[in-house]
Design a protein around this ligand. Structure first.
Ligand SMILES: [Zn+2]
Ligand SMILES: [Zn+2]
Length: 265
């Protein structure tokens, strides 16, 4: 199977399109578009460096990676919500040691509350995969519910038709850490692996025809699923951010998201 790597350009264009059409979600999407733009800058910075490829050991790659932080931090300082903007300001004046520590902590133990490290390391890990490397200075859980490349948790799930003859789509999960995808069982909880149909619920609103909540009553976690068989030009990582009403609904019904996205939903 050939792996295709979705470009930051593709994501940015989809974000811009959704932001143009957005009404209630305009603010969230405008910020996310600016973030995608900053991440594309990081990606370009990394892939255009002469005689350099990511080694997969973040400790060794830090001299390059820490230079990526300002792209994201300046954007957030100017456009982000107050608390995040303040954090950006602090990071911009922080010594290298502090920035390195933040990046390494996230790399070793990713969490969805570490906004800056997640935003900077997504393009790093994405390029590491695309350039043929692999993470070598971190240990991670290896089971089907974690990314086989980097051990990250799933950010979003999506359905697509892989073979022209198959009627039902195949399901993939997208990694929150490296943003690449891996295939997963169609009917199973992406958090605990539950397969019992009575324990798994799917919820949709007419507002988003191609996005649904996939919830599990065994572990009370949920993930959003994007159905590319209904909307082929959707970009799961981006369309997921553009449907915050579903997150509100899921939270109100007692479900916890497996991994918060970069806008904190
Ligand atoms: Zn990954
Ligand atoms: Zn579950």
């Amino acid at each position: 199977m050939t792996v295709t790597y979705e470009s930051w350009d593709t994501r940015l264009q989809r974000g811009e399109e959704l932001a143009r059409k957005a009404e209630t979600t305009k603010e969230i999407l405008t910020f996310y578009v600016q973030l995608l733009r900053a991440q594309r800058e990081v990606d370009e910075f990394l892939r255009t460096r002469r005689d350099w490829l990511p080694s997969g050991s973040l400790v060794d790659d830090l001299p390059v990676i820490r230079q990526c932080l300002p792209s994201v931090a300046y954007m957030v300082e100017a456009n982000g919500p107050a608390l995040l903007a303040e954090e950006a300001q602090n990071l911009l004046s922080a010594p290298d040691d502090t920035v390195d520590e933040m990046l390494l902590t996230y790399w070793r133990t990713p969490t969805d509350t570490q906004f800056f490290a997640k935003a900077v390391l997504q393009p790093y890990a994405h390029w590491l995969a695309e350039s043929g490397g692999r993470p070598i200075d971190r240990t991670f859980e290896s089971n089907e519910r974690h990314c086989p490349f980097c051990g990250g948790r799933p950010q979003v799930s999506f359905l697509q038709i892989r073979e022209a003859t198959s009627e039902s789509g195949n399901r993939d999960l997208i990694c929150a850490t490296c943003t690449n995808n891996w295939s997963f069982r169609r009917v199973a909880c992406a958090h605990c692996g539950e397969e019992g149909p009575t324990k798994l619920g799917y919820f949709q609103t007419p507002e988003y025809d191609h996005i649904r909540i996939e919830a599990c009553d065994t572990c009370n976690h949920y993930i959003k699923g994007v159905d590319l068989t209904r909307l082929g030009f959707a970009v799961p990582l981006v369309d997921e951010v553009a449907a915050p009403a579903l997150d509100v609904w899921a939270r109100e019904h007692g479900y916890t998201k497996i991994e918060l996205n970069l806008v904190g939903l």
